[in-house]
Design a protein around this ligand. Structure first.
Ligand code: TYM
Length: 344
């Protein structure tokens, strides 16, 4: 039993609320992942018991090149740490290292309705985008996400706005299971940041910024160079107006204001005053600068960490030990409740 497992048990007296979240290693993580999720995870580590997972099982719902998936998994873990997740404080692990996720997913799938899954907007979007591979995993993806969350008695799930519907489904599944089999799962709450909840594409600001977008100009990668970041933001699509104002129909400017606000902590009114009488060019240059500055320490730390395979694997192993211990307890309870025969 690792030291971290012992800590988890010792905390029983004064239990902190538990947090679970994850990112798919389906590409290089973007500014959207950072501002909508990971930056927020970092601030929660002292007040909550946090589990942060690299969700590789989710990633194969879309065809991945195996060597790239392995590489992106290691990179995502390095990025979590480079962004400020401390593996001594939080449990950091890879989803496929803890088989209980897939096991609980089966049981929960038998308690999820076809109609519920059919209503998921991400399924509709992704099945249009990947029309040649509308596989069953893509459809049941939210059940696996519910398993991730419910395995750990999670109270709060810090995510971007695009994941809200999935967290709501996890709540419904937990409530239904508890109703049928008696109280088993904690019913989780989604947890959002004020700004940066949804960062939009730089080339089409009506679409979410996504790491799987084939056009690299549409996203800022957390680890690209300072110059690349500034250049991409400079060429972000905006409108034909000139005033820096947060308003309906100004999707591109609204998006850049949201990015600027996330890095500087300034409200939209303050940003409007700061750029009053100045054009989009000046504003875009300022957004590029704060963004590149804000990501600088992450970039440097990442460059160092990603080379240290031995350390990253040690973190993965320790994280998987802790997560497996917690997950097994929930899974045994679930198996007992649904009537699976167990032998001692
Ligand atoms: P994924 O990998 O698409 O994104 C990871 C996190 O980043 C947030 N995010 C964004 N936030 C703001 N603007 C954007 N453009 C943007 N793009 C992504 C997402 O909301 C998410 O918080 N299904 C999840 C992964 C997952 C998960 C979980 C999350 C699997 N199991 C359990 C929480 C709990 C996903 O595809 O995230």
């Amino acid at each position: 039993m690792s030291e971290q497992i012992v800590n988890v048990q010792e905390n029983k007296e004064e239990p902190k609320k538990r947090i679970f979240s994850g990112v798919q290693p389906s590409g290089v993580l973007t500014l959207g992942n950072y501002l909508g999720a990971i930056k927020n995870w970092v601030t929660l580590q002292d007040d909550y018991e946090c589990l942060y997972c690299v969700v590789d099982l989710h990633a194969i719902t879309v065809r991945q090149v195996p060597a790239d998936l392995r590489k992106h998994t290691q990179e995502a873990l390095a990025l979590y740490i480079a962004c400020g997740i401390d593996p001594e404080k939080s449990c950091v692990f890879v989803q496929s290292h803890v088989p209980a996720h897939a096991e609980l997913s089966w049981v929960l799938g038998c308690n999820t309705m076809f109609g519920e899954l059919s209503r998921m907007t991400q399924f509709k979007d992704k099945s249009q985008k990947h029309a040649d591979n509308v596989n069953a995993g893509l459809f049941t993806y939210p059940v696996l996400m519910a398993a991730d969350i419910l395995l750990y008695g999670t109270d709060l799930v810090p995510v971007g706005a695009d994941q809200k519907q999935h967290v709501e489904l996890a709540r419904d599944i937990a409530g239904r299971f508890n109703g049928v089999y008696s109280d088993t799962f904690t019913v989780p709450e989604p947890f959002f940041v004020k700004t940066g909840m949804k960062i939009y594409s730089l080339t089409d600001p009506t679409k979410k910024m996504s790491k799987s977008d084939p056009n690299p100009k549409s996203y800022v990668s957390i680890i690209e160079t300072r110059d690349e970041t500034i250049k991409k933001i400079k060429s972000a699509v905006t409108d034909s107006d000139t005033a820096v104002r947060y308003a309906q129909g100004k999707d591109g400017i609204n998006n850049l204001m949201s990015i600027y606000s996330s890095f500087t902590g300034k409200g939209y009114d303050e940003i409007e005053r700061e750029f009053d009488g100045k054009g989009y060019g000046e504003f875009k240059a300022a957004v590029g600068e704060v963004c590149a500055d804000g990501l600088e320490s992450v970039r440097n730390e990442y460059a160092r960490l990603v080379k240290d395979k031995a350390y990253l694997e040690e973190v993965m192993k320790k994280g998987a030990d802790t997560a497996s211990y917690l997950a097994r307890k929930t899974l045994s309870k679930v198996y007992r409740k649904v009537g699976f025969y167990s032998v001692k």
